[in-house]
Design a protein around this ligand. Structure first.
Ligand code: OGA
Ligand code: NI
Length: 368
């Protein structure tokens, strides 16, 4: 084949991958195409030559019981939240008040969305980062060299009336179920954020931030990970940290989420009906590095499709994100530069937001 022919074939292949993993799988697949094969050190099980292979136990994240949080034991629960945000950057929330039906119906209607014909789903495909609805694949499909085994649907969700009319109208019950879900997740966020800020013990500063965050943005990201013929070669999502203040993650009963804990990847044990809450970059900055926005990634498997719904909550676009003045003084100087959200978004749309690049770029390196 001539070089120009090869270029043409590659371009055709790439077009196929742009349609997503679900589309690829629906057309029959027995092995993972090269486009999705990660270099060995990035694969799910990478053992350094001098290390014995030992299967890791799943990680049980600290559990926060919201009923307890709202009762007489609040101060104790707040300490558990502080420790979880410092040591794991993650915790799980139970007794959160969302009816089981709301989360189950959400997962179920999302499953049905991804089962729609490709032509229906692809109506929402766009490279416009500010579009109220975005359907797509991989992590950043216009930039990624290696693709991830994941399709997604992203819905802007706050304020709801501004965005609701743009959400998918098929399946016919999608909008109404997703709206209930988004509204209730936002309420859960408002409650969790109050507790998280209270746990930082910064008094009025916390209340001010909570008020600001109440009017902030909410992005509901539905992730679809189809079964993969060779899950050991690829990733559902590459290592990343979440850019917002806090993410609330709902998973179905299939495991896949891994977090970086003590320099190793560990799988989070999903608790049915619970939410995983994790510290985002904005909170790491706001807490001046006390709470950690921890790297996490997603593995896929060969038998079970997996759906997760991540709700990303951030300061309003007009806010400047910076370390809380209550957490800085001459002995504890600010560790991060002031950052406005627009700069943040610009950065993530222009670069592969892999690893913690952005947060690293905001760090102030003090010379002692
Ligand atoms: C995310 C994310 C984890 C998962 O959407 O940012 O990390 O389990 N999702 O799907
Ligand atoms: Ni994430």
């Amino acid at each position: 084949m001539s070089p120009s022919m090869i270029a043409l074939v590659v371009e055709e292949e790439n077009k196929k991958y742009q349609r997503g993993v679900k589309h690829l799988c629906d057309n029959g697949l027995t092995e993972v195409p090269t486009k999705y094969i990660w270099p060995e050190p990035d694969r799910p099980i990478f053992t350094k030559p001098d290390k014995l292979i030992e299967p890791k136990q799943n990680l049980k994240l600290p559990i926060i019981d919201v009923a307890e949080l709202l009762g007489p034991n609040r101060s104790h629960v707040l300490r558990t939240i502080a420790e979880a945000c410092e040591n794991y950057g993650f915790f799980q929330v139970v007794n959160h008040g969302m009816e089981g039906d709301v989360s189950r119906y959400m997962i179920e209607v999302c499953k049905r969305f991804f089962e729609l014909p490709y032509e229906e789903r692809s109506k929402y495909m766009t490279s416009d980062m500010s579009a109220p609805v975005r359907y797509g694949t991989s992590f950043n499909q216009s930039k990624d060299n290696i693709f991830c085994w994941r399709d997604f649907l992203k819905l802007s969700a706050h304020p709801l009336p501004d965005y609701f009319p743009y959400w998918p109208s098929s399946p016919s019950d999608f909008r109404s179920l997703a709206a209930i879900y988004a509204k209730e997740t936002k309420e859960m966020f408002d409650l969790m954020v109050k507790a998280i800020l209270e746990s930082l013990e910064i008094d009025g500063e916390g209340d001010k931030a909570a008020e600001e965050l109440k009017e902030g943005s909410q992005l509901v990201v539905v992730n679809c990970y189809p079964p993969c013929p060779q899950p050991e070669l690829t990733l559902g999502m590459p290592p990343h940290s979440d850019y917002g203040f806090v993410t609330l993650l709902l998973q179905d009963d299939v495991e896949g989420l891994q977090i970086m804990y003590r320099d190793e990847w560990v799988t989070v044990d999903p608790i049915p009906g619970s939410f995983v809450v994790n510290v985002g970059d904005h909170l790491e900055i706001f807490s001046n590095g006390r709470y950690k926005s921890v790297l996490h990634r997603v593995l896929v498997n060969s038998t079970k499709p997996r759906i997760s719904v991540a709700s990303l909550h951030s300061f309003p676009l007009t806010s400047v994100v910076k370390p809380s003045p209550k957490l800085t003084d001459e002995h504890n100087p600010p560790q991060y530069m002031d950052t406005d959200f627009a700069t943040f978004l610009q950065y993530i749309s222009s670069r592969e937001p892999k690893w913690k690049n952005f947060l690293e770029s905001r760090k102030i390196h003090h010379i002692r």
